[in-house]
Design a protein around this ligand. Sequence first.
Ligand SMILES: *Cc1c(COP(=O)(O)O)cnc(C)c1O
Length: 426
Amino acid sequence: MTTDPRRLVPRTDVLLADPRVAASAARLGRELVKSVVVEVQQRVRSGEVGPDAAADAVVAALPVSASSLHRVLNATGVLVHTNLGRAPWSAAAVDAVVAASGTTDVELDLATGRRGPRGEGAIGALLAAVPAAQAAVVVNNCAAALALVATCLGGELVVARGELVEIGDGFRIPDLLVSTGARLREVGTTNRVALADYTDAVGPDTGAVLKIHPSNFVVRGFTRSVEVAELAGAVDVPVVADVGSGLLAPHPALPDEPDLQTTLAAGADLVLCSGDKLLGGPQAGLVLGRADLVQRLRRHPLYRALRVDKTTLAALEATLRGPQPPVQRMLAVPVEVLRARAEAVVAALGGDAHVVDAGARVGGGGAPEFELPSVAVSLPASCAEPLRLGAPPVVGYLADGRTLLDLRSLDPADDETLVQAVRACR
Ligand SMILES: *Cc1c(COP(=O)(O)O)cnc(C)c1O
């Protein structure tokens, strides 16, 4: 039966020689492209794809990049979504990373030809943004910053019971601190701690007093905590504050979020935060404050295991020195602007799409009770899955039996792509 299409499966070398496929092989690697060719040959054998359509089917099935991570449109209304890679980067950060990704002068002084201090540009940008800091060091993430501080300054760390936080996915800050060999001296109760609790606990073995911002929950009612300013004047050991979300300075829309500048000015010796939450940059842990303490952290052997690569330094510096990163823009955009965007999307879609009021959130464990007024495109609940499986995937959320696509967390440049994605799955 020579007419059976399954006997006419195009050969691998023939499909790989198609100019479009060959160009992709040069970009994505021959093995990756070959695996797509093998899949398509299987589909021809099963009769799903005709032999003449095989080359087109290979081209259609080729991935956009050699990584399995997809670009995803974030319509969840959560600005810093940990499952979606937290902060999207500014164009300036992306450009800086592309430039730094080859060989780069991350640790070379081009003027003298000698070794230079690593990440000087990023550190300079941090110190310019937070004038109360004498020095700074950058590590892998805020958890790494906590581990480095606990390793270097513990002995015993004095910390309030109400601040022993689980950050998410089962990770508990006290477990992390203890894993470094530091001892925790818990003071106060779940809901209340007083200055005397701290001063009574500080003794000869105390390495530091640690304040951890309870960023993902709120305790209300009969509560009391001790501010950094009160502690700083009352204990003679370093006061270290983990502020979590990485605001550089107070933010008018987020009055309950602590910031680096204010916390240092209040007397903290070191402040710690993440780079990829409200700061809007790459994953990183930032430690700023007293020069002698930062120097101790930087000289500790563990620092070498926690330091960041050239691309993180490049993205961080560009985030700080460049135009406002997307997270900051998303926080600030007026709700009327979101409504106009939603109306345009709905007008382009027609059918049963409509505009609804919504509430967006900061996310990433920040500002847990704070809702930003927002606007969403409402679609039938059945749209959620095809949208998530589309190209590019769109992630919204379900509420009251509808799929909602919140526009505050979406880059306005992606509104048109959103329209196309919804059309493609209706
Ligand atoms: C998010 C957060 C952390 C963990 O930060 P990573 O950068 O994800 O390691 C630690 N402490 C606080 C207070 C946080 O909010």
